[in-house]
Design a protein around this ligand. Sequence first.
Ligand code: HEM
Ligand code: HEM
Length: 220
Amino acid sequence: MSTQNEVKVWDLFVRCFHWSLVVLFVVSYLTGDEETDIHFWSGYAIATLVVVRVIWGLIGSEHARFSDFVYSPAVIKAYARDVMAGSAKRYIGHNPLGGLMVVALLLSLTFTTLSGMVLLGVDEGEGPFASLKTAELSVPNVSFIATAYADDDDDHRSDHKASKKGGKEEEEDGLLEEVHEFFVNFTLLLVLLHIGGVVLESRRHKENLARAMVHGKKRV
Ligand code: HEM
Ligand code: HEM
């Protein structure tokens, strides 16, 4: 219910962005162990959301813009000190620490989705980085050396040159998987801190910030 004491803070795009991101993040996280299309497509959807959010951060409504919530390190430090002292003032948009968290989340999601796409490219020769795959094609129980490009077929794709995946390639895949996993876990850590921050701020100012992210309005 809208009252005169409330003001619109989060526009429709920011709210749809946020809750779609939450759902997609859970889907991506839960499907990570299997190499399924659901995992890849939810990851692509997150990457798209992040790109559109960055554009919206430049041209969107007042509190959606980076200029509204990206503060200098000095202001962030002073705000953090005030939080510790229990005297931090209330912000209608993101507070300086909240703004820092938004930037950190968007960056971490960018690295998570990018590392996933690179991993898929190198490992499977699929996705936007498919060209990174050098010469590996796997079928059950056998590994064939093949090129990722069809125009190399004048040597009949050296189809029957069975070979085990080279140790170096395996190492590379393993490393990339660890990089992807690192960013996934780092994002998860940020999400937990983010939710903790939302709960603390909601208590301190006696307002339900999660609900505000649903209907978009906050107390004046
Ligand atoms: C925020 C988005 C994403 C999250 C939360 C996420 C999460 C995960 C998790 C938890 C794993 C399992 C790691 C492990 O083996 O312990 C994983 C693996 C993987 N992810 Fe993602 N991922 C995301 C985006 C992507 C994207 C965009 C792609 C590619 C298009 C991708 C490709 C892969 C691949 C190829 C694996 C390895 C699967 C395997 O070999 O078992 N991920 N991801
Ligand atoms: C159920 C769990 C969650 C709740 C209750 C929640 C709640 C909120 C709230 C209240 C805000 C606004 C903060 C403020 O008032 O300054 C916010 C912003 C944000 N949250 Fe969450 N969040 C959750 C999960 C997540 C997850 C899983 C992600 C990322 C994977 C995420 C990413 C963000 C981002 C990027 C923003 C900035 C929104 C914008 O300005 O576009 N949140 N969240």
